[in-house]
Write a protein that binds this ligand. Structure first.
Ligand SMILES: *[C@@H]1O[C@H](CO)[C@@H](O)[C@H](O)[C@H]1NC(C)=O
Ligand SMILES: *[C@@H]1O[C@H](CO)[C@@H](O)[C@H](O)[C@H]1NC(C)=O
Length: 334
């Protein structure tokens, strides 16, 4: 590697790292101010500065943490770096749920990261459940325009009474606008925020074809730059929380993180056009009648099979590698 390419590499690493963490210019929380350990004993390790945590999966256990409070609406964000190398069957999740409090009528908003065999990209899945709508999964899947194992990126979930947005860094990748027809399927009750790593061998990679291979363990995900912004409620006050949280919700709705500007909408469309690989809205095999929250875009629909999967292969990491130009002295810069 020449001095010049080394300099360029260093410069681009520094530039992307600071962009990822500064996506929203919001105050981040030390781990213990917002979260507590949920499971996996020694497989959760706080970072030295107390602002992050490493979650590990080994052959004995996964691990996870949970927010110390429930929130009635909010903005929940973490910077996450995913485990590298062979990760088939490994699932990392950053999500909100109230499944512990409302067993039959729970709400949930998910970012799920699905590991892959060596050399193939991680996939991301988002999902929305309301009032126990587990028979009506609203999955979307995407590949990423970057390698999520090389550096941390910021993943965020916004949830107000009328809009849900999933963000990667400062780009909204999915928006769910509440409509009356969605009824209880729109999440409406206070939720906790979770992060977990676990063995999803039965489904995560190629529908379970590739299982977790513990020869490559431990699998570790690093999380930091936590934002928990919303109206905190404790389980005893759940019933009353909508009224108590009205002011906080107005403030959240008015903030830049909840407003869909034309610029953000364009960025969202571009992302979805290039990177979305599955949508429940186009899965007419599973759902012959699309859900009321589906915004069917005919030009987009033509890119999908009736299984909801994209017609095109998305092997981005390979194409990223191939597109790298050899350096003048004949090496492949990396
Ligand atoms: C970030 O937030 C701080 C404190 O609220 C503010 O002073 C600063 O101008 C903000 N920076 C940007 C780039 O918005
Ligand atoms: C949620 O589900 C319960 C049980 O099925 C039902 O009684 C209730 O009306 C539903 N709530 C909403 C907001 O749809």
């Amino acid at each position: 590697m020449t001095m010049f390419t080394a300099f360029l590499l260093l410069f681009s690493l520094v530039a992307t790292a600071s962009a990822a963490t500064a996506a929203f210019n919001l105050t981040t929380l030390p781990f213990d101010d917002g979260f507590s350990h949920l499971f996996g004993n020694d497989n959760l390790v706080r970072s030295g500065d107390g602002r992050g945590a490493r979650l590990t999966l080994n052959r004995y256990s996964g691990s996870g943490f949970i927010s110390s409070d429930l929130y009635h609406h909010g903005f929940f964000s973490a910077s996450i770096r995913l485990p590298s190398d062979y990760t088939a069957g490994v699932v990392v999740a950053f999500y909100t749920s109230n499944g512990d409090v409302f067993e039959k009528t729970h709400d949930e908003l998910d970012f799920e990261f699905l590991g892959n065999i060596r050399g193939r990209d991680w996939r991301i899945q988002t999902n929305v459940y309301g009032n126990g709508s587990t028979s009506r999964g609203r999955e979307e899947r995407y590949v990423l325009p970057f390698d999520p194992t090389a550096e941390a990126h910021q993943y965020s979930i916004l949830w107000t009474a009328d809009r849900i947005m999933f963000y990667i860094d400062d780009v909204p990748i999915r928006e769910v606008v509440r409509s009356g027809a969605m009824g209880g399927d729109y999440p409406s009750k206070p939720m906790s925020v979770y992060a977990t790593i676990w063995d999803g061998s039965t489904w995560a990679t190629a529908n379970g074809k590739y299982k977790v291979n513990y020869k490559y363990a431990p699998f570790a995900a690093d999380l930091s730059d936590f934002v928990l912004r919303g109206c905190r409620v404790d389980p005893i006050q759940l019933v009353d929380s909508a009224r108590r949280c009205a002011d906080a919700q107005d403030e959240l709705r008015a903030s830049h993180i909840a407003v869909m500007t034309p610029r953000k909408r364009d960025a969202m469309r571009r992302f979805r056009k290039r990177y979305m690989t599955y949508s429940f809205c186009y899965d007419t095999k599973r759902y012959p009648v699309p859900f009321p929250d589906c915004d069917i875009v005919p030009s987009e629909q033509t890119r999908f099979l009736d299984s909801g999967n994209s017609k095109f292969r998305h092997d981005l990491r390979r194409s990223r590698r191939q597109s790298r130009k050899p350096t003048p002295d004949g090496e492949i810069s990396n």
